[in-house]
Design a protein around this ligand. Structure first.
Ligand SMILES: N[C@@H](CCC[C@H](N)C(=O)O)C(=O)O
Length: 276
């Protein structure tokens, strides 16, 4: 199978983008791993496949796969790259788009500044829907790892996130604690793990250990989940600049039941073809 692809990134969270409308794509988990492999393939955190929508209300559908080959529900940086990809590939001329994802429809706007703004929908906080094992919904939960108890927020942005507050993200135990929480038994579908440093009511820093990938340069849904968790704890205002290792996202959230909005860049790196 010969595939045309575009390599893109959102703040360094990188993607192999595939147009599944003008070419036939059949990807096994092994082929996804091959595409994502930084030594034997193209290299990326996620593979995103654009398809025709199933509903007449949507412009497109897309599917997201982690570098480990697993399909996931949602991807914030991928959503921004998708909006730019379909314009650059001339699949649409629209600047306002609705896309179907496994987590439900997303609404996206290509801004005159070149950035993309995404209505990420309302966060899900009910433990069983995250899914997270807890007796009842709470703003924070104690989570025991290797005999030590950490305080976490648990949020779904279509995909599951745990959020821990740290004094300084530079010294946070992302590589050691991240994988332990990712596979913690209380998260039956595993979880993305965010380490959040609050700097002021409008600014924060974040590192994310992503499910199925490891630490990434940025995580869009992770930034949204971090905003929700910090807001629920009363630590931040409705607009937050979140600085990730790869750059800054602006996140807006007005509180429970409201949609989270994420705004940031999407960058095309190169196009190519690969035979799988
Ligand atoms: N990088 C993404 C999230 C991708 C999926 C995640 N690893 C998961 O398993 O849920 C983002 O920008 O949101």
């Amino acid at each position: 199978m010969r595939l045309k692809f575009t390599k893109m990134h959102g703040l360094g969270n990188d993607f192999v983008m595939l147009d599944g409308i003008s070419q036939r794509i059949r990807l096994s988990p092994e082929k996804i791993r091959r595409l994502a492999d930084r030594h034997f393939g193209i290299g990326c955190d996620q593979v995103l496949v654009v398809e025709a929508p199933r509903s007449p209300d949507a412009d497109f559908r897309y599917r997201i796969f982690n570098a480990d080959g697993g399909e996931v529900e949602n991807c914030g940086n991928g959503a921004r790259c998708f909006a730019k990809f379909v314009r650059e590939r001339r699949l649409t001329g629209k600047k306002q788009l609705t896309v179907e994802t496994a987590a439900g429809p997303l609404k996206l706007s290509l801004l005159d500044s070149g950035e993309v703004s995404v209505d990420m929908g309302a966060p899900v906080l009910e433990p069983e829907q995250i899914p997270f094992c807890a007796d009842r919904r709470a703003e924070t939960y104690p989570l025991e790892v290797d005999g030590e108890v950490y305080t976490i927020g648990a949020v779904s942005m279509g995909n599951p996130h745990a959020v821990l507050l740290v004094d300084n993200v530079d010294s946070a135990p992302v590589d050691t604690l991240g994988p332990k929480i990712e596979c913690h038994e209380r998260f039956p579908q595993r979880v993305n793990v965010g380490f959040l440093q609050i700097q002021s009511r409008q600014k924060a820093r974040l590192r994310v250990f992503e499910r199925g990938v490891g630490e990434t340069r940025a995580c869009g849904t992770g930034a949204c989940a971090a905003m929700v968790s910090a807001h629920l704890r009363g630590l931040v205002d409705d607009s937050l600049q979140i600085q990730l290792p790869g750059g800054t996202l602006t996140i807006h959230w007005g509180g429970p039941e409201q949609a989270v909005t994420m705004t940031g860049p999407a960058t095309t790196v190169y196009q190519g073809q690969i035979t799988l």
